[in-house]
Write a protein that binds this ligand. Structure first.
Ligand code: TRP
Length: 324
């Protein structure tokens, strides 16, 4: 099965990114034909400084490779290294109406925030459809905020196929469930914009500060604590299997362990879990040439997979008019 997802190079990764997106991708990598890319074209709808985007793309590539995206098992590339996707986006833009794009929540939200929308921001979902349809992706794992974009993708594909024949695969969304959401230090969904995120590649001092700021009630060392209503318990559980979770719940309930100790244990757990990734990241950072090589190879693999779909679309629409 072909599984595809794109990730915007939006800065440092936090535990929410890791336990929702990253881990799912790594799971898919083991059991399917994973296509993963850094959504650089999408990023220029918001990032308007060249050096910032450039650094962001490389950072994201290094993070993903460090966390286990393996270019020998998956196809991993930077979106703008396969510019065919921009051609397909143009073609697909004729299979969706302006009024349908005007209904997109993410677009409406940005406008409501007072952002003056560029045409690129408006047609963002069309480019996303091109990302997916260009590779014949069957399944697309995304967060809930992308659900409507996937519906738009399916609509575009259906409308195109209706006009021109069965050219594109209709992709199935794989939307993260609410129960899989990772809480931030204040208990709301972990998010960069809420400033409640725990950045696992941060240095130890910063990590400690975030972990220590996780909200708790005022129960003291000698009180029994309720794991079910505890953000600290929820975050800690992400690192544990069923047995570990039960043991941790016991520790909460049994007097004698304070929140401070539990937080220290969580900090140690985070450091331990990410130690190998941190090491790999340092190695990659010291060898940017080989990171760039991997991305170039990834782009070649992606392009080989893309060209047949693009050719079919060009042929079906009449753009590929020359005799073969
Ligand atoms: N819009 C997605 C996000 O912000 C990123 C993205 C771009 C994407 N193209 C995609 C995700 C194609 C899945 C498939 O999260």
């Amino acid at each position: 099965m072909r599984v595809l997802s794109g990730i915007q190079p939006s800065g440092k990764l936090h535990l929410g990114n890791y336990f929702s997106m990253m881990r799912r991708m790594i799971d898919y990598q083991a059991k399917s034909d994973l296509f993963a890319f850094i959504a650089s074209y999408h990023a220029i709808t918001t990032v308007e400084e060249g050096p910032v985007l450039r650094a962001g793309i490389l950072d994201a590539a290094i993070d993903f490779l460090a966390l286990g995206i393996d270019p020998t098992k998956s196809t991993f590339w930077v979106q703008s290294d396969v510019p065919e996707v921009a051609e397909l986006a143009w073609i697909l833009s004729t299979s969706i109406t302006v009024s349908q794009l005007e209904l997109a929540h993410s677009f409406k939200d940005k406008v409501a925030q007072g952002i003056v929308a560029s045409a690129g921001l408006f047609t963002y979902p069309v480019l996303m459809a091109a990302d997916i349809l260009l590779f014949g992706a069957q399944r697309v794992p995304v967060g809930k905020d992308q659900k409507q974009h996937l519906e738009i993708t399916r609509d575009i594909a259906q409308r195109f196929n209706h006009k021109y024949g069965e050219i594109f695969v209709i992709p199935e969304p794989d939307i993260l469930k609410d129960t899989e959401l990772v809480p931030g230090v204040d208990g709301r969904k972990m998010s960069k914009s809420y400033k409640n995120a725990i950045y696992f590649f941060a240095d130890e001092k910063e990590l400690k500060k975030s972990v220590m700021s996780i909200v708790t009630d005022s129960k003291g060392v000698q009180d029994s604590k309720d794991p079910d209503s505890s953000v600290l318990y929820q975050i800690y559980s992400l690192f544990l299997d069923q047995k570990g979770r039960e043991e941790l719940a016991d520790k909460f309930r049994t007097p004698g362990t304070g929140y401070g100790d539990l937080k220290k244990a969580l900090l140690a757990q985070i450091l331990e879990t990410f130690a190998p990734f941190r090491e790999r990241r340092a190695t990659l950072l010291a060898d940017l040439d080989s990171v760039e090589d991997m991305l170039q190879q990834g782009a070649r693999k992606a392009r080989d997979a893309a060209i047949p779909f693009l050719e079919r679309a060009r042929d079906a629409t009449g753009l590929g008019y020359r005799k073969k």
